[in-house]
Design a binder for this molecule. Structure first.
Ligand code: ADP
Ligand code: MG
Length: 685
């Protein structure tokens, strides 16, 4: 600092209601570069206020304050921050080391704020700690150090970035007199060796005696100035030394003249600090993140399930082919509401109707579907006389069952049109194979089915094996239309069942996609209710999309609640760390950096919660998949793909969303932290 520090008519008052309380009442003072000044005076005389003004932590209410060429009285927040970061070292009565950083890391903080990389700054910090006699305490935390040691770390921290000015507020106030003397001797030596300007507030006369000059304040005014006893000797000593030597290794960029663009805290250090802070309160942060985890699990599991089911439905519909038309009977709308009336179709899907439809132009083939009676017990009677209970696959129309492609391994499947015969699942076929036999040997074998009425009567129906197909069902068979008709008419004791009640529904395949519309119109004219697969697919997709949106919003709601949790945690963190924020600001952290620090911390809570939620959500999806498949196989439905699918967009989206939730939740707390007034933050207990 080549020019003196000049205070002229400096005022600072605080409004207490209507009246102004003057902490400083027109102070005029000039401090020479390299001078060691002690500020003394009774409590409440304005010493700390003056120091805060010199440090740019506070603004004067009037007068001028010149530091070098900087008009600190009118400087904006940015300039004052840079002034602190580059020119200033602070030493506090209560040391104010950051509790979760080691002596080494604490010492290096000002360099960190100046954007010096970790290894470089910690190398310098180690050298400096060695110099102040703490080489053996580098990796100790503040709580593991004595008061004197802590203050020496604080001195190292105040020195590390080679400041032009060091401000110390009662640096020996919390130390015993012997340790206090050591600390003062250290400060005096630094002042002499490096000609750093040193302003020390004290009310201890012995401490003041180390200074070149003692300035006495009273009621906000300079009461007296007095040259200290040891001054002449000191000045002569300094003249002999002359040269200003900075400690080695400090980059020249730290002097403002050579750094037009202010260096700033690196993002890697922000990230490191945020992670360190998160580790300080593991339980609380885990609980906070749990909210995000639950939200993301819901979101991921549900959306992935929706995506998977949609994919599966699409795949099945597509393998079946869009030229298929589902035909159901049409039900008349009854005027009288009668909950007990069984709905009567206007026209039954009888074999006659099937023939009529088959003759329509553009129709390739008609496949009638006949559901077996619910609760029918059916057993397969083999040629060898075995009786094996079996499950008949739904609808019997193998290639139309949910699950689609069930590869035929031998013979043929139950396909379209008026089918007959039995297709065995491969697992069932395995149990029927004799030694040295293959699936093809089973084809054509005569077998019988025995159906049993609930009251015990039973009847056998002859049939033959026509095919073997791939299936997970151990006892599953597909059954032709002829056998179904035989069993159903016997079951209900109604030989003319098909002529009166008709089939359950038909699948009509058009010759081409182009003829679908005409066929639908013709079937409608016949008083049936046709529906194209395309329309069904559209409707299914709409329902699924709605389901996905609904489930997704449940997750989103959970995340909203989680966001409140994050905000709350961050606000508590700010309250606990108010003093630390004050220290960081005093050391030159800008508002932007403080805000970023808290936002990154909140974002990390979100991101970590999101990551865990993503993994658990995927696992939950797998579990649901497993259970659903077990259930479907039990029901004889096979060949179903994964129902829970996490596409990359969902994984990335979930992570980004979780982080965003954290950041958004951190916005307000971070702004609050950034706005904290450093002077009152430093007073915070
Ligand atoms: P010292 O450090 O010499 O003991 P201070 O500079 O802390 O004195 O305070 C000087 C005067 O200003 C005191 O009367 C104190 O009550 C008052 N003061 C300091 N800070 C504030 C504040 N933020 N609000 C109101 N009054 C204040
Ligand atoms: Mg004070």
């Amino acid at each position: 600092m080549p020019n003196p520090i000049r205070l002229s008519n400096l005022e600072r008052h605080f409004m207490r209601g209507e009246t102004a309380v003057y902490a400083l009442h027109g102070v005029d003072l000039t401090i020479q570069p390299g001078e060691f000044v002690a500020l003394v005076g009774p409590s409440g005389s304005g010493k700390s206020t003056l120091l805060n003004l010199l440090g740019g932590l506070d603004r004067p209410s009037g007068g001028e304050l010149w530091l070098n060429s900087l008009a600190l009285h009118s400087a904006d927040d940015k300039q004052r921050t840079r002034h602190r970061r580059q020119q200033l070292g602070f030493i506090f009565q209560s040391f104010n080391l950051l509790p979760k950083l080691t002596a080494l890391e604490n010492t290096a903080v000002p360099l960190m704020l100046n954007g010096v990389p970790k290894t470089e700054r910690e190398g310098q910090a180690a050298a400096l700690l060695e110099k102040v006699g703490l080489g053996h305490r580098l990796h100790h935390y503040p709580t593991e150090l004595s008061g004197g040691e802590q203050q020496r770390v604080a001195i190292a921290r105040a020195l590390i970035h080679n400041p032009a000015l060091i401000l110390a507020d009662e640096p020996t106030g919390n130390l015993d007199s012997a340790t206090g003397a050591e600390v003062m001797a250290l400060l005096q030596q630094l002042n002499q060796d490096q000609s750093i300007t040193l302003i020390v507030v004290t009310h201890d006369e012995e401490v003041a005696a180390y200074a070149d000059r003692i300035v006495k304040l009273r009621d906000g005014r300079v009461e007296s100035e007095q040259v200290s006893r040891g001054r002449d000797e000191q000045v002569s000593r300094r003249k002999g030394k002359q040269v200003t030597e900075a400690h080695p290794g400090v980059p020249a960029a730290l002097t403002p003249a050579s750094s037009p663009s202010s260096p700033h805290l690196r993002f890697s250090d922000i990230l490191r600090s945020a992670l360190g802070n998160l580790r300080r309160r593991p339980v609380r942060n885990v609980l906070t993140a749990a909210g995000v985890v639950i939200g993301i699990i819901t979101l991921v599991a549900m959306v992935s399930f929706g995506v998977g089911v949609q994919k599966e439905v699409q795949r099945n519909f597509e393998t079946i082919g869009l030229e298929n038309i589902f035909v159901n009977p049409r039900y008349a709308e009854t005027d009288a509401f009668d909950p007990f009336a069984t709905p009567k179709p206007e026209r039954a899907l009888t074999p006659t109707a099937v023939r009529e439809i088959a003759q329509l132009p553009g129709v390739k083939v008609v496949t009638p579907i006949l559901d077996l009676p619910r609760g029918a017990n059916i057993a397969l009677l083999t040629a060898a006389g075995e009786s094996i209970p079996v499950r008949v696959s739904e609808g019997g129309e193998g290639r139309f069952s949910f699950g689609g492609t069930n590869e035929v391994l031998a013979g043929q499947g139950i396909d379209e049109g008026e089918t007959q015969g039995i297709v065995l699942s491969n697992q069932l076929a395995d149990t029927l194979l004799g030694p040295e036999q293959r699936y093809t040997d089973l084809i054509g074998q005569p077998v019988a089915l025995r159906a049993e009425l609930p009251r015990g009567e039973s009847q056998e129906f002859p049939s033959r094996i026509v095919g073997v197909r791939q299936s997970f069902g151990r006892r599953t068979i597909d059954l032709g239309l002829a056998e179904r008709a035989a069993i159903t008419t016997w079951w209900f004791g109604q030989p003319d069942l098909l002529e009166t009640e008709g089939y359950n529904r038909l699948i009509v395949r058009a010759e081409s996609l182009g003829s679908v519309t005409a066929v639908i119109a013709a079937i409608e004219d016949m008083n049936f209710s046709p529906q194209s697969f395309e329309a069904i697919l559209d409707a299914a997709n709409q329902v699924l999309a709605l389901l996905q949106a609904l489930l997704g919003s449940v997750g989103a709601l959970a995340l909203l609640v989680a966001a409140l949790g994050v905000a709350n945690t961050m606000l508590m963190a700010i309250y606990e760390r108010t003093r630390e924020i004050g220290v960081l600001k005093a050391l030159g952290a800008s508002r932007r950096e403080i805000r970023l620090l808290f936002m990154v911390e909140a974002g990390l809570i979100g991101l970590i919660g999101g990551f865990v939620g993503l993994i658990l959500g995927a696992l939950l999806g797998r579990l649901v998949d497993y259970i659903a498949h077990r259930y479907l196989i039990e029901e004889g439905v096979t060949g179903v793909g994964l129902l829970s699918v996490i596409p990359p967009w969902l994984a990335l989206g979930a992570l980004a969303f979780a982080a965003l939730i954290g950041i958004l939740a951190g916005l307000y707390p971070a702004a609050r932290a950034a706005r904290l007034d450093p002077v009152s933050a430093l007073r915070h207990e």
